[in-house]
Design a protein around this ligand. Structure first.
Ligand SMILES: [Zn+2]
Length: 157
């Protein structure tokens, strides 16, 4: 669980590399208390801010591919299987030159899918949500988050 007080706090969860790509739309009404993760989109950009194991929330800008094939794919994060229109490749910038792709629910609606699956199985949703956050964390570990704090940190922080 984490709190986002304002736009600035939200932006700070992203790496400087990603910040200019972040579009805070009206869907995001701050301040916010987030239990597991927050996602919204703007055009083909999908934004994710999740509760990272380190304690500090991490933000990632993902770019949607132009529609995957219609054959079913499995989301690498929640393991839901859906056609290419619903599970597709999203890419994040690793650095200024390279990107990393991941095959996930195109709308990052993993939470709803996990809740549905838990409902159907009569199971507790928490273990699956923990795994989801863990997988997001593993993906974020491949991006350079250590560079996040230094270059653009302003004097009053
Ligand atoms: Zn998913």
């Amino acid at each position: 669980m984490f709190k986002l007080a304002n736009d600035r706090a939200l932006l700070r969860t992203f790496r400087p590399l990603d910040r200019k790509q972040v579009e805070i739309t009206r869907e995001v009404s701050l301040p916010l208390r987030v239990t597991d993760y927050l996602t919204w989109n703007h055009g083909r950009r999908v934004f994710l801010v999740f509760a990272a194991a380190s304690g500090e929330p991490k933000g990632i800008v993902l770019q949607a591919d132009s529609g995957g094939p219609l054959v079913p794919h499995m989301c690498e994060w929640c393991h839901a299987v859906a056609p290419g229109t619903r599970v597709g490749m999203l890419t994040a910038r690793r650095d200024r030159r390279s990107t990393i792709g991941i095959l996930v629910c195109s709308d990052l609606g993993c939470r709803e899918r996990i809740e549905d699956a838990a409902d159907r199985a009569g199971a507790n949703v928490h273990p699956a949500m923990e795994k989801l956050l863990h997988r997001m964390d593993r993906f974020a570990a491949r991006l350079d988050f250590d560079s996040r704090d230094d270059p653009e940190r302003t004097a009053d922080e």
